[in-house]
Design a binder for this molecule. Structure first.
Ligand code: URA
Length: 267
């Protein structure tokens, strides 16, 4: 391959990584004129269209519902799912979250749903999006090593999911609106798995599920998570992606892991 071809391939890979997955046409379009003609309902739906699509004035194949409607529909779909398979199918059919339009795959869960501990991360990254499973990239490998350090494996003892089942473009932090829309699904997933211990990995998961902000202050404290049917012991810990950047903080994560191990031993 020529140097130019290599640079072009790298540039395209970088664009894809950043979430720029739409190509522009060669001929210009008057999107202001097109927008003026759009029906009011279409304009309401377009508020949820990701910026990459807004820039070229294109609505998704299935118009997205306004956020309140999307959250209501998510709640109804999640409530009607009585098994994890039904919940996964409900998510796969859900068109209310804009992240679905840019993600490659739905990332539902991995591990053993009969395990006593459920870990919930933030959202899939590039590797997870490509493979369709949570925590399979570098931070997932660190998570597996952390689990192994307290005698747990995802095949046997642990069930793993994310607050959001679709990758935010470029791994950006999910917006509060995206979290609100997807929350009923992860809440129902926790209710159906019904673990003995819930571990929120990182700030967004702890904030979304336990209502606590500031992960460094809230990690390592036992709390209660209300599934609506019963209370589950819950704890927040540091995200492995953060630990890869700040290895000195691994000692705090180790304390949390030991607390989880002790809680499991006491069951
Ligand atoms: N980070 C997360 O929070 N979840 C994943 O699945 C991968 C990385």
């Amino acid at each position: 391959m020529s140097l130019d071809a290599v640079s072009a391939a790298e540039l395209i890979a970088w664009y894809a990584e950043m979430g720029v997955t739409e190509a522009l046409d060669e001929t210009p379009h008057d999107h202001f004129a097109a927008a003026a003609e759009a029906a009011p309902a279409r304009q309401a739906a377009a508020r949820l269209v990701p910026p990459s699509q807004q820039a070229i004035g294109r609505a998704p194949a299935t118009p997205l519902a306004p956020p309140d409607e999307a959250a209501l529909s998510a709640r109804a779909l999640a409530r009607d799912a009585t098994t994890l398979d039904e919940l996964k199918a409900a998510l796969a059919s859900f068109e209310g979250c804009p992240l679905k339009t840019t993600a490659k795959n739905l990332v539902f869960a991995d591990g053993n749903p009969a395990g006593k501990v459920m870990f919930v991360g933030e959202a899939p990254g590039a590797d997870e999006d490509r493979i369709g499973l949570p925590f399979v990239g570098r931070s997932g490998q660190l998570l597996d090593r952390m689990l192994a350090a307290i005698g747990l494996s995802r095949q046997e003892h642990v069930y793993i999911a994310n607050l959001l089942p679709w990758r935010p473009p470029g791994n950006r932090t999910p917006t509060p609106q995206e979290v609100a829309i997807c929350l009923p699904f992860i809440q129902r997933q926790i209710e159906l798995v019904d673990p003995e211990i819930l571990v929120c990995i990182g700030g967004p998961s702890a904030q979304g599920l336990l209502g606590v902000s500031g992960i460094l202050a809230s990690r390592g404290r036992w709390m209660e998570y209300d599934t609506g049917r019963r209370m589950i012991r819950a704890i927040a810990t540091l995200h492995p992606a953060y630990l890869l950047r700040q290895p000195v903080q691994k000692r705090l994560a180790w304390r949390d892991l030991r607390a989880i191990k002790a809680a499991l031993a006491a069951l």
